[in-house]
Design a protein around this ligand. Structure first.
Ligand SMILES: Nc1nc2c(ncn2[C@@H]2O[C@H](COP(=O)(O)OP(=O)(O)OP(=O)(O)O)[C@@H](O)[C@H]2O)c(=O)[nH]1
Ligand SMILES: [Mg+2]
Length: 455
């Protein structure tokens, strides 16, 4: 039998939140209203080849009366589990105590118990009946103190719970790190010896998945950077005037396309972290102005000084000067002879975002071309936004129901944590990408920007 856990407790103490967090499933119903979970919900969690189940349950409603009923059935300890079984099959009890029947059923079918209490509320005698009933089931159990508002009563809870449970942990459903989540599973490998191999396999699978996810995140970012930095639109028309008239519409379409590209990669990132119902709110990518100087965009990318340093590290300064020279030169070629005209911005030039070019075709006609993005801050901006979303997803839990606000990226901070060599590779890679040049193993270059969750 695979490990299976029933999460039980008083109503409204975060049982469903803990199930959502442990199962990494954001579709579990959570609400401030007491009695939200009315029926057991079993979630089968598959991590690679390993799996286990979590059962969300309704809260205890009348534990004192249920305990009294049980006590009337069993005079001695060895009869207690039988009394609970009798309770579950008794029709009167099913009518009178539907919640207790619901929550005790999976336990009597073999689920281990995770008992949840709120560490911001004082301990009280009313909980003793619940814990006593759970003890009567004879199942393996541990207790989690969820400090919903604060940790004010955690100590008294630890003392009380310690008398009923071998393992008591503080576990904040809203902000718990990955290690802590694993530690709950690991505890059960001591409490239920027969589950030990399965739990060890699960822990290994979790670590493996976390590493895989890190790799996939780097690959996703790499695709986004390459696709967005090489994104361009072409349209063939008859004359230069027609092409120029077309420009505003093409520019609009171009930025719409870029936004869609970014959005789809952000969406994939959310799926990678198993968020299927999460809205994220981020200001749109710029569709005008100057990526260096617009304060707003520097929040995600690099500022001018940082970009100059990046260029120096990438060893690209010399190349950039040649770029400017070429751009100026090509400007004079005009449409005649198949040359290129247009405003090509470069490292330190006037960094207009929209790069519009006209190419004369040898047999007549003109190709109007919007993009690719010339601005050298652009890959940094994309990267800053993506990495910020990644961090938010990694640090939140599936019990949170608020949407994600992507504000400030702190990209430079993340970059400065890399080694000098890694930084150099990164800047070189981004410099090549923004010139539409290929980069070998881009995902590997990006990988150090993503922290390792577990070792
Ligand atoms: N701030 C904070 N709020 C929490 C935490 N855990 C749960 N909550 C909130 O407490 C409320 C109840 O959470 P649920 O997970 O639905 O509780 P429950 O025990 O499943 O409730 P019932 O199904 O009604 O018995 C929700 O509004 C949660 O958002 C926490 O660790 N911190
Ligand atoms: Mg619930």
């Amino acid at each position: 039998m695979n490990p299976i856990f029933a999460v039980v407790g008083h109503p409204n103490k975060g049982k469903s939140s803990i199930v959502a967090t442990l199962a990494q499933n954001d579709s579990v119903e959570i609400s401030g209203q007491s009695g939200t979970t009315k029926e057991c919900l079993q979630l089968d969690v598959e991590i690679g080849q390993a799996s286990y189940s979590l059962i969300d349950t309704p809260g205890f409603q009348r534990p004192t009366r249920v305990l009294a009923w049980l006590q009337a059935q069993a005079s001695t300890a060895e009869k207690r589990a039988d009394a609970v079984r009798k309770f579950l099959s008794d029709e009167d009890c099913q009518q009178q105590f539907p919640d207790e029947v619901q929550l005790l059923t999976p336990i009597m079918n073999g689920a281990a118990i995770i008992y949840v209490v709120d560490g911001s509320r004082p301990y009280g005698q009313e909980y003793e009946a619940e814990m006593e009933i759970l003890r009567w089931t004879g199942q393996a159990s541990l207790a989690l103190i969820n400090p919903i508002e604060n940790e004010e009563h955690v100590v008294e809870w630890q003392q009380a719970l310690g008398q009923y449970f071998n393992v008591v942990k503080v576990f904040n459903a809203m902000q718990v790190d990955f290690e802590k989540q694993l530690s709950v599973l690991k505890s059960f490998s001591h409490i239920r010896e027969d589950w030990k191999p399965a739990i060890e396999a699960l822990v290994a699978a979790y670590k493996n998945r976390s590493n895989q996810r890190r790799q996939q995140t780097a690959e996703l970012l790499s695709t986004l950077l390459v696709k967005a930095c090489s994104y361009q639109l072409d349209q063939k028309v008859l004359t230069k005037d027609q092409a120029l008239a077309l420009q505003p519409a093409m520019e609009l379409r171009y930025f719409k396309g870029l936004k869609a590209l970014e959005r789809s990669h952000h969406q994939s990132l959310k799926s990678l972290f198993s968020y299927n119902h999460l809205d994220s709110d981020i200001d749109d990518l710029p569709d005008g102005g100057n990526l260096f100087d617009t304060e707003k965009w520097i929040l995600w990318g690099l500022n001018r000084k940082q970009l100059v340093a990046a260029a120096a590290m990438a060893g690209a300064a010399a190349g950039a000067i040649i770029d400017i020279g070429l751009a100026g030169h090509s400007l004079f070629l005009g449409v005649l002879g198949g040359g290129v005209i247009g405003a090509t911005s470069a490292w330190f030039g006037a960094d207009s975002l929209a790069d519009f070019k006209l190419k004369g075709l040898p047999l007549g006609g003109v190709i109007a071309q919007q993009g690719p993005m010339q601005n050298r801050n652009f890959p940094y901006v994309l990267m800053g936004r993506f990495l910020h979303l990644e961090e938010l997803l990694r640090l939140r839990t599936h019990a949170q129901r608020n949407s994600v606000q992507i504000g400030e990226g702190k990209l430079q901070e993340k970059i400065s944590q890399l080694s000098a060599q890694q930084q150099k590779y990164l800047h070189k890679a981004l410099s090549r990408i923004s010139r539409q040049k290929t980069v070998d193993n881009l995902a590997d270059t990006l990988l150090p920007l993503l922290p390792v969750e577990v070792d």
